[in-house]
Design a protein around this ligand. Sequence first.
Ligand code: SAM
Length: 296
Amino acid sequence: MTQNRLSISDPIRTNDILRKYKLRAKKSLGQNFLTNEKVLNDIVDASQLQPDEIAIEIGPGIGALTEKLAQVAEKVFAFEVDQNLIPVLADTLSDYDNIEVFNQDILDVDLDQFVKDHGIEGKTIKVVTNLPYYITTPIMLNLINSDYPFQALVLMMQKEVAERITAEPGHRQYGSLTIGVQTLMKTRIDRIVGKNSFIPRPKVDSAVVVLERLEHPNEGINDPKYFNKVIRSSFAQKRKSLMNNLLNWQGRTDDNRAAIKQIFADCDVAENARAEQLSIPQFKEMANELQETFSK
Ligand code: SAM
């Protein structure tokens, strides 16, 4: 096998590319390049990409995941903010004619419009990506709130954020992010990825998370905006009881306390409960009742 035919992710080839282009991984852009072929294959397997499907990648880096995606998908669209990596990608991915790379900050891209402009509306589109960790949450929230129903998101992120997204009620990591994501998406951790799988080595472990759109997102929620306010207020001060957090929001009057007590009783919530103990169905019921009582 000639060196050129080594996968981009092979540590020898990754180091050669970094040397050839005198690249230094930019910490400020979350540049940690994956050099573990097994992890890359697992990410692609988790996406279940088919030959007639489209992959969108955020931050292709030097192209390690991009080339794997191009080997299974019809087409790959990749957004890379670092201008210095654009000529590198043109070189490392030159064997593939089904990849388009855009030198753009993903947070400036209107993905709904992008899908329309590129004639791929109606196609199965999956976002498969090793996220830049410094902006994991805004990127993920943009993707799950996007009008375009991406069929699946396979996202590598910090393990700690992955645990928050997939947490169950009662766990330390369960909070507003968990609920914001799980009212729209089914979530699971596909695998944990250790620090040694990257060049340079990041400070924290990572996890591959698979997010699939629920058939009925926001089901049972009368008003998603109000629901989000309830969630934010409920978790505003994690060490306080739910009652205290809701009273801080609505005002500490005897009438408000009595009304919230009644709502708790209706929703089977204990008076001294903390927000992290409530299931998502309980939050939905409570939010609907709070709105009926307090937004008349
Ligand atoms: N996909 C490559 C891999 O797995 O080896 C690189 C992943 S690295 C964790 C994150 C990549 O995202 C870097 O290439 C970085 O330059 C890029 N990036 C950072 N911020 C970005 C943004 N706002 N928009 C697009 N790409 C970004």
